[in-house]
Ligand binder design. Structure first.
Ligand code: GAL
Length: 829
């Protein structure tokens, strides 16, 4: 771009008119008052809340616990999981105190005179059944805790003085199948504009033509008060460097429901795709009688998506398969309280694994996740519901479906229809209505809403009863039929699907605990152990599910398979399957990555196949088995290379090569499953290796039979010191950013002491504080916020949060009998 364009762009942004017209948007984060009591008087403007707790929003009132099996204990039958009788489940929703009522109150005095202004409160998510009062008057309510909603609060305002916002939330027991969190767990925005303005989610940008040569950008802009005759709209597109590259100005006439239409062409656009997440911005400048009255900014990407029968999903004309994971919204030790650093860390870890997609199961994402995916290059399936009319839970979404489903779906679509990362809408997960004619009607109703609000993205849903969904026609009407599990139906059902498309909306549900290995090593369904853990040999799954390779093989051998979304990327709070009834289990074992964000072995299995740019060579299990000398301890290697030789203390254990003769066509039977035939194509397994302390070494060979990489693992000696590693050593001094520090104990030579369970004590000083810790143990009842925690399989993660003063945070971890570890983290503005 030349200097002149640069100057113009700068002038555009800093012109006095721009600044004057700028809307005032603020996050309402600080100085909220909070109570768990309930009294209708709390809504009144004059109520004295000074005795209440002061909290920061986002805030999850339940994550501080304490854990108890009494919290939301559910005596129920999970029919989907094949259960026949009702039994008491304790940790199903995380064993945390999220049910009941909570009130939040805050005061704000506008920096500007609010007369002749419009004021909107935007909640990114409030868990749940929110009722919002402004200066004592009810401004609105929104039942679904996962959705974003906004309220025009102008009529209730005190334009010059103090304003009080009070929010009552209530979570019903038996309303969730997992930990939902509680409270104002996502951001609350205060948006002040002129009376004539662009409303929340008021632009809709599509790119109906988008290739490397040319893009057509279509922009629809809604205006509040469109009746005004003298309005004009100047829309400018800026590239990622901030240069204005196109501008169009339109005099606004009429009041089209879908917004005022403008079109711009861009030559040689920079397309958005996961490896190249290039973002443009649209600046919408609204003029009234020639005076600038509003400026609204929208980030978007230029990309095309399409579906081709028999071939699947195409992004910018290229066929890609979804290498996806399903994730819940909770952030482990932070609970549901949204934190951008935690979200971005998750996306980073998943990208390192080679994943290209996330399904926000089973509800609307946090806006910060969508933004992170736009910026970091990750595809999203944005999901909406886990229930329609027929209950899964006594107090689930079915209570609201009739009155709220359309509003909820419209908000989801309006919120995210400009985000290039969002490529699929999902209208539901394992909806019990799947088998009924009514279910088909509802699917059509919901899909039609998505099409009406955004015709550019395909709609899917996760169906776990494909025979029923095919029988009633529901599967046939979806843009993309989504299968949950049941890979054995893929080949049988595909010919029945008129779309000639098939997506693994939810797959695998293999269970494992990081660093825990059980013997004998074999394939098991619903296996439980006295230690309440699952084995990290990655051969254990649920009665309805399977192993990673059962899905890899589908995706590799069936041209039409569109990819998969593994249950789950990260462990989450609640749903401790297969330990339904076994308190203290209260968090999942499904994750490829544990609750502390530490990869389990399975991470490397996915990485070995999905991550095409980096080498993977990973050995399991650990090699610290005192008392098991001479006994069989199988060794597995997960590697991106086709072949490897294993050595124990220098003695070759033979070479293994991935066996590509096993295909989806010759491995579908039980005998083959038992012999682990599919595994032999993707992992290297030495089933008869015997333990002797020392060195396990693996040498990997490439396809030309050349030794190309080595990896070694040693039996650890006496625990000697604590080793610390931060995911980021410089963070923002904004009082919110977090550095995630992996804490482990090693011997004098630095060998990992994998069996350590010692308690680690944390101290943080300087420009930040200790925030929380997690060890990934699904039965740990230690509070996440306490400044100490036991290691689990030798490791844990400690979280340190910045203050608003730039400087250095000194983090120290100590434990009895070993040398402490210290780490410095820089914080800057
Ligand atoms: C699925 C369900 C998920 C989760 C999973 C566990 O059936 O859609 O929400 O419960 O099972 O395997």
């Amino acid at each position: 771009m030349n200097l002149l364009t640069k100057i113009c762009a700068l002038l555009f942004l800093v012109s006095p008119l721009f600044l004057k017209a700028q809307r005032a948007e603020t996050l309402m984060e600080k100085n909220w008052k909070f109570t768990r009591e309930d009294d209708s008087a709390f809504s009144s403007a004059g109520y004295n809340d000074t005795q209440w707790q002061t909290v920061h929003v986002p805030h999850d009132w339940a994550i501080c616990g304490p854990f108890s099996k009494e919290n939301d204990q559910q005596e129920t039958i999970i029919r989907q999981d094949g259960q026949k009788e009702a039994r008491v489940m304790a940790g199903r929703t995380g064993g945390l105190p999220f049910t009941g009522v909570g009130w939040y109150r805050t005061h704000f005095k506008s920096p500007v005179d609010l007369r002749n202004k419009s004021v909107t409160l935007l909640f990114d998510g409030a868990m749940s059944n929110a009722t919002v009062f402004v200066n004592g008057k009810k401004a609105g309510n929104w039942p679904y805790g996962y959705n974003s909603f906004y309220l025009d609060v102008t009529p209730y305002l005190n334009p010059e003085g103090d304003n009080v916002v009070a929010v009552r939330l209530e979570n019903l027991p038996e309303s969730s199948r997992w930990y939902p969190g509680a409270g104002l767990y996502r951001n609350v925005h205060l948006i002040v504009t002129g009376k004539t303005h662009i409303p929340v989610w008021g632009t809709y940008i599509t790119t109906p033509e988008a290739d490397e040569q040319q893009a057509k950008v279509v922009i629809r802009t809604k205006i509040e008060q469109p009746a005004d005759a003298e309005l004009s709209l100047q829309t400018a597109i800026a590239d990622a460097a901030g240069n204005i590259i196109k501008t169009v100005t339109t005099r606004l006439t009429g009041s089209p429901d879908s917004g005022y239409l403008q079109e711009l062409n861009i030559t040689r656009p920079s397309l958005w795709y996961p490896e190249h997440p290039y973002l443009y911005k649209v600046y919408s400048r609204l003029y009234k009688k020639g005076r600038l009255v509003d400026v609204y900014t929208t980030s978007f990407g230029i990309r095309s998506i399409s579906l081709v029968p028999g071939k699947g999903f195409f992004l910018n004309g290229k066929n890609i398969k979804f290498k996806g994971v399903c994730n819940h919204h909770d952030l482990g030790p932070l609970g549901a309280a949204m934190n951008e650093a935690a979200i971005r860390r998750q996306v980073r870890i998943l990208k390192d694994m080679g994943a290209n997609a996330i399904r926000t199961s089973h509800n609307m994402p946090a806006p910060e996740l969508v933004k992170a995916c736009d910026e970091m290059g990750m595809l999203l399936m944005a999901e909406s519901f886990d229930e329609w009319e027929t209950p899964k839970m006594k107090n689930g979404y079915h209570l609201f479906f009739k009155d709220w489903a359309e509003k909820d779906l419209v908000n989801l679509v309006h919120h995210y229809r400009n985000n290039p990362s969002v490529v699929l809408w999902s209208i539901g997960n394992e909806i019990p209505d799947q088998g009924t004619a009514r279910g088909r009607e509802l699917a059509k109703y919901l899909q039609d809403i998505c099409h009406r609000e955004d015709p550019t993205r395909p709609v899917t849903q996760g169906m776990d009863n494909m025979p029923a969904a095919l029988a009633n026609g529901m599967a046939q009407l979806m843009d993309i039929p989504g299968f949950n599990y049941r890979t054995f139906l893929y080949q049988k059902d595909f010919p029945e699907l008129p779309q000639q498309l098939l997506l693994g909306t939810e797959t695998v549900s293999t269970v494992s605990s990081r660093g825990i290995y059980e013997f004998p090593v074999a394939r098991y369904a619903m296996k439980t152990y006295p230690n309440h853990q699952s084995s990290s040999y990655d051969l254990e799954y649920c009665s309805w599910s399977d192993l990673p390779e059962d899905n890899f093989i589908m995706q590799d051998d069936l041209r039409y398979a569109m990819g998969e979304f593994v249950w789950t990327g990260f462990d989450y709070l609640g749903e401790p399957t297969p330990y339904y009834y076994d308190w203290p289990n209260h968090s999942s074992l499904f994750g490829i990555i544990d609750l502390a964000g530490i990869p389990k072995d399975r991470f490397y299995l996915y990485r070995s196949l999905w991550q095409k740019k980096k080498e993977t060579l990973h050995i399991l299990p650990h090699w610290n088995w005192p008392g098991k000398e001479g006994q069989v301890i199988p060794v597995f290697v997960y590697t991106s290379y086709p072949s490897a030789e294993l050595f124990i203390n220098g003695k070759s254990q033979g070479r293994r090569t991935k066996d590509t003769s096993f295909t989806v066509f010759n491995t579908g039977d039980e005998a083959s499953a038992k012999k682990l035939d599919r595994q032999k194509r993707y992992r290297l397994m030495w089933m008869d290796t015997r333990y002797e302390p020392g060195v396990v070494k693996v040498v990997a060979y490439d396809k030309n039979n050349r030794p190309v990489a080595e990896q070694e693992m040693r039996t650890a000696g006496k625990p000697d010191h604590i080793e610390l590693a931060a995911d980021r050593t410089t963070i923002k001094a904004d009082g919110k950013d977090i550095s995630f520090i992996t804490v482990k104990i090693v011997d004098r030579q630095g060998n990992f002491c994998s069996q350590e369970t010692r308690t680690i004590h944390f101290k943080a000083s300087g420009s930040g504080t200790y925030k929380a810790a997690a060890n990934g143990n699904p039965i740990s009842l230690e509070p996440f916020q306490a400044p100490q925690m036991q290691l689990f399989s030798g490791q844990l993660t400690a979280l340190v949060q910045s203050s608003e003063t730039p400087g250095i945070i000194t983090f120290e971890a100590s434990a009895e009998g070993v040398k402490s570890g210290t780490l410095k983290i820089r914080t800057s503005k």
